[in-house]
Write a new protein. Structure first.
Length: 80
C-alpha cells in the first residue's frame, strides 16, 4: 500500500471515529474532525503533510509500489 493510501485511510478513520464520539460521547470531539480537515486542506495547498512525515519516520508506506527505488525486471512492480 502506498503512503497516500495510508494517509487517506487514517484521515477517514479519524473523521468517522470523531463523528461517532461526538454523537455518543461529547460534541467537543468535532474539534478532531476540524483538525483533520484543516490538515488535509493545508496539505493540498502546500504539498506538505505531517502524517506523511510521521509514517515515513515509522518506516510505513512508500511513495510508489517500489518505495521510490529504481524499478528492475524482478522488482515488485513488474510481478503480477
Amino acid at each position: 500500500m502506498t503512503i497516500e493510501r495510508y494517509i487517506r485511510t487514517i484521515a477517514g478513520s479519524l473523521i468517522l471515529i470523531s463523528l461517532a464520539l461526538a454523537h455518543w460521547v461529547n460534541p467537543n470531539w468535532l474539534w478532531l474532525t476540524a483538525f483533520v480537515g484543516v490538515n488535509l486542506f493545508q496539505a493540498g495547498l502546500t504539498n506538505w503533510c505531517l502524517m506523511e512525515d510521521v509514517l515515513k519516520k515509522l518506516g510505513i508506506g512508500s511513495s510508489g509500489c517500489c518505495g521510490g527505488k529504481e524499478e528492475s525486471k524482478d522488482s515488485c512492480c513488474h510481478k503480477q
